[in-house]
Design a protein around this ligand. Structure first.
Ligand code: ADP
Length: 495
């Protein structure tokens, strides 16, 4: 159980200005520039971080390359890397509350969620890949007797990782842990508005025994630091979670530089489909509300399109509105809050604009749709339900990344699949039904990387997460994620 008094002590601690973490130490930006970090809790300044330049990225990449080539990490025994990463997992777990509170002050996620889904989940991710790394074998190919075909799994080199602000620790760990496990070096660029907890992870990694230069963090604007990383001739792989627009740019940067491999996780407009034969509609309404409104809808797999079979539509929409109105939005560091702050004023304004556009296109605002708790100075929005949304409407096609649910009625399975697949995205989906055959038909018909059946949003490290269509390529989590961070190298030996 989390303790409110302990949280309140941590929330009031000043946060020192932060430098980059490069070659095992904190350093200011070469040009000395800094960025102000505002807390979404009250809109007030929290601290300043280094605003990196291409030169800072250059130093970090050079350090990462040198570390990779001299083998201080890449050539260590798997058993050693395992020990260090397990220690890192322990350190993260020991500091979980501190990390979670720091992250919440930076990005606004409600503390119960941040503690589990950010800090503890990051510890679990490091532990998972630490335990996995010495169970990965090479192969002996089934060749003729007079040759030996060996397939090695070799670390690739320098990994550039660019991560977003919604779950910096969780998503950061999904990239950092498997990359380090396989022996690579990393230069990480966190979102400029959620860098603090990841800088702390870099420091803890060093304390755990990750050698200098192997894990570097350069902070600052995406268009400067992220671009320099993606254009670098010495970064071998780019792993990214963020918007489709940035993902497209990264592919261009790769093409213009060294054809580095790019693995992109680009969000979604995920359909959550409720059939009239759902056994427990009350539970479906509760879970579906959580599936869109938790973390103020700032979740890549959020069930942001609710498709409801027409004969239960009106009752179900009424139920989901009741659930939305019952959720307590408030100070994310108050343990009784169920939903914290929207991440930034820019995001909040974009969310409100989507509601306005939806109304202009004919949808009906059933609940929410406005900024609340303005007196706090923070950025809060009431969970919002829009009904009568047509499949072609803006709000049915574009990712809002806010607490806004778009509801559309459907007639039958065929129409549900057609509407579900009618966007450029394919990340997640939900199916609610008591009919096993229907569940399987929907799993096969809906194009998305993950499909929840009679729930929404459950997951753990054992299963991969990745998108279809324009939601991206490659997978985070599970043993499959390791494939991104190795090169297959064939040795053909004549005997
Ligand atoms: P979001 O809308 O979730 O902020 P972005 O794609 O803008 O999504 O941000 C995700 C990450 O990508 C952040 O770390 C951001 O700084 C970075 N980023 C933004 N623009 C660029 C760019 N032009 N090149 C590289 N990285 C970028």
């Amino acid at each position: 159980m989390l303790d409110q008094a302990a949280i309140d002590v941590l929330r009031n601690q000043p946060v020192a200005e932060q430098g980059h973490f490069v070659n095992g130490a904190f350093a200011a930006s070469r040009e000395g520039a800094t960025l102000e970090v505002l807390s979404p809790i009250d809109g007030k300044p929290l601290t300043r971080i280094a605003s990196g330049t291409a030169a800072d990225v250059g130093v970090a990449v050079e350090g990462a390359r040198k570390a990779f080539e001299d083998g201080r990490w890449s050539k260590t025994a798997p058993a050693h890397r395992k020990k260090v990463l397990l220690k890192l997992a322990d350190l993260i777990e020991a500091k979980a509350l501190e990390l979670a509170v720091l992250g919440v002050r930076d990005n606004g996620t409600e503390i119960n969620m941040a503690f589990k889904a950010e800090a503890l989940s990051a510890a679990g991710t490091f532990r998972y890949y630490a335990e996995a790394l010495d169970k990965i074998y090479g192969e002996i190919a089934p060749t003729a007797d007079n040759v030996l075909g060996l397939v090695h799994r070799a670390p690739v080199g320098v990994v550039g990782a660019i991560v977003p602000w919604n779950f910096p620790l969780m998503i950061g760990a999904w990239k950092i842990a498997p990359a380090l496990a396989m022996g690579n070096s990393i230069v990480l660029k966190p979102a400029e508005s959620a860098s603090l907890s990841l800088l702390r992870i870099a420091e803890l990694a060093s304390e755990a025994g990750v050698p200098d230069g192997v894990f570097n963090v350069v902070t600052g604007p995406g268009a400067v630091v992220g671009e320099a990383l993606a254009l670098s001739m010495d970064v071998d792989i780019l792993v990214f979670t963020g918007s489709g627009a940035t993902g497209r740019r990264l592919l261009e940067y790769s093409a213009r530089s060294n054809l580095k491999r790019c693995y992109l996780e680009l969000g979604g407009k995920s359909p959550n489909i409720v059939f009239n034969d759902t056994a427990d509609l009350a539970k479906a309404a509760k879970v579906s509300a959580a599936g869109i409104f938790r973390n103020s809808g700032q979740v890549c797999v959020a069930g942001s399109r609710l498709l409801v079979q027409e004969d239960i539509h009106d009752d179900f929409v009424a139920a989901i509105c009741r659930e939305a109105e019952a959720l307590k939005v408030g100070d994310p560091l108050d343990l009784s809050s169920q939903i914290g702050a929207v991440h930034s004023l820019t995001q909040l304004e974009a969310d409100l604009k989507f509601v306005e556009t939806a109304e202009a296109e004919g949808a009906e605002r059933r609940t929410g749709g406005e900024r609340i708790l303005t007196e706090t100075g923070g950025y809060y929005m009431a969970p919002t339900v829009m009904s009568g949304v047509k499949p072609g409407d803006t709000i049915a096609r574009k990712e809002v990344f806010g607490p806004v649910l778009a509801v559309t009625a459907f007639k039958d399975e065929e129409e549900a699949i057609r509407i579900a697949n009618g966007t450029e995205y394919g990340l997640a989906a939900g199916i609610w039904t008591s009919d096993l055959g229907r569940a399987h038909r929907m799993i096969s018909g809906v194009r998305s990387g993950v499909i929840h059946v009679n729930t929404y949003g459950g997951s753990d490290m054992t299963v991969p997460l990745g998108g279809m269509k324009q939601s991206g390529n490659g997978h985070d989590k599970s043993l499959h994620a390791l494939d991104k961070y190795v090169d297959l190298k064939t040795a053909w030996i004549q005997l």
